[in-house]
Design a protein around this ligand. Structure first.
Ligand code: GLU
Length: 326
């Protein structure tokens, strides 16, 4: 682990589309949290599967953030002591983390197809991330696999790797719900096995899953405060589980409210109308956009970053959604 003098917050976009107002609100709040608390402001690009991401998307997102007036102490363009800052360049670190989890006997290969997972699931509507895995491939006793890079095929299939949640909780001595605090959403208690089940930590194509990459990166990049959208609250429990198993430092989380469309539905990257790029092309003033976003978070309605830093309080962050005016 690199020794860092100061903690950090981070904004960690996945470059699959243009940033919208919801992303911008989270980026602004994360940025303000760092500036107001003397932390480093890190930009991390979550391009785990670059082949699935449109060409040039990262550059467009970086340009949108620059237009919004947010600059970074560390990031893909800035560099920094704990780089690289693109997940596509950090796969060796994730492979090491998977090895360490394997040594604890909490991983197993899974040969099920998506369809089989769906059909065997006990709770098909469990989460927006898909069905809870029924445990079809789970071994009867915790197993350490001799070589994660040479797992056998079955029915011609290369396996994914899953984390055995019950074995992991037993290792950590957790009985009952998994508890953690959230600075914006309050105390949480999650029945990990029932709500999420054994989740994928490495995909069949060998790419580490988001839960692994994100938790490992937060720890290695010294991100001790994570301000991100409330849609990721369900991920926090899994990420904390991974961090605890690996003995890595845990960040404090603040899952902030999402921006909803005027009709109350969730903003999606495809809603071009509220993409930062659209506002920018329409000649909107970025300071006015900052002021709108700040006001939506209970801060003064000003685009002046110094004034916002002075007014910002981590305790003022809220997990309540905000609706865009019609
Ligand atoms: N890359 C994720 C996204 O764009 C965010 C991950 C995080 O902040 O932990 O939704």
């Amino acid at each position: 682990m690199p020794a860092l003098e100061r903690g950090a917050t981070r904004f960690a976009p996945t470059p699959t589309g243009r940033l919208h107002l919801g992303n911008a609100r989270t980026a602004l709040l994360s940025w303000l949290a760092a500036a107001a608390t003397g932390r480093r402001n890190v930009l991390r690009v979550e391009d785990l599967d670059p082949a699935a991401m449109p060409e040039g998307c990262m550059a467009e997102q970086l340009a949108d953030l620059a237009w919004l007036g947010l600059t970074w102490d560390e990031g893909p363009a800035e560099g920094g002591p704990v780089g690289p800052y693109r997940q596509s360049e950090r796969s060796a670190l994730y492979a090491e983390a998977l090895q360490a989890l394997n040594a604890l006997g909490v991983l197993y290969p899974c040969w099920c197809s998506r369809r089989e997972v769906r059909e065997a699931s006990r709770a098909p509507h469990a989460s927006d991330e898909g069905p809870v895995y029924a445990g079809t491939c789970r071994p009867s006793a915790p197993t350490v696999w001799p070589d994660l890079t040479a797992l056998p095929r079955r029915r011609g299939r290369v396996p994914a790797l899953r984390l055995d949640v019950a074995a992991a909780l037993a290792r950590l001595g957790v009985a009952g719900p998994f508890r953690f605090g959230d600075l914006a959403a309050g105390p949480q208690a999650v029945d990990l096995a029932a709500a999420m089940g054994d989740f994928v930590v490495r995909r069949t194509d060998g790419i580490a899953a988001y839960q692994v990459a994100c938790s490992v990166d937060d720890a290695y990049m010294g991100c001790d405060l994570v301000v991100r959208g409330a849609d990721l609250l369900a991920s926090a429990a899994r990420q904390l589980l991974i961090l605890r198993l690996l003995g890595l430092p845990e960040p404090a989380y603040a899952h902030v409210g999402l921006v909803l469309a005027p009709d109350g539905t969730r903003l999606a990257k495809r809603d071009g109308a509220i993409a930062l790029a659209t506002l920018r092309e329409a000649g909107e003033d970025p300071g006015a956009v900052r002021a709108r976003l700040a006001a939506s978070a209970g801060l003064p309605a000003t685009g002046d970053l110094a004034a916002l830093v002075a007014a910002f309080r981590v305790e003022g962050l809220s997990a309540d959604s905000v609706r865009l005016p019609a």
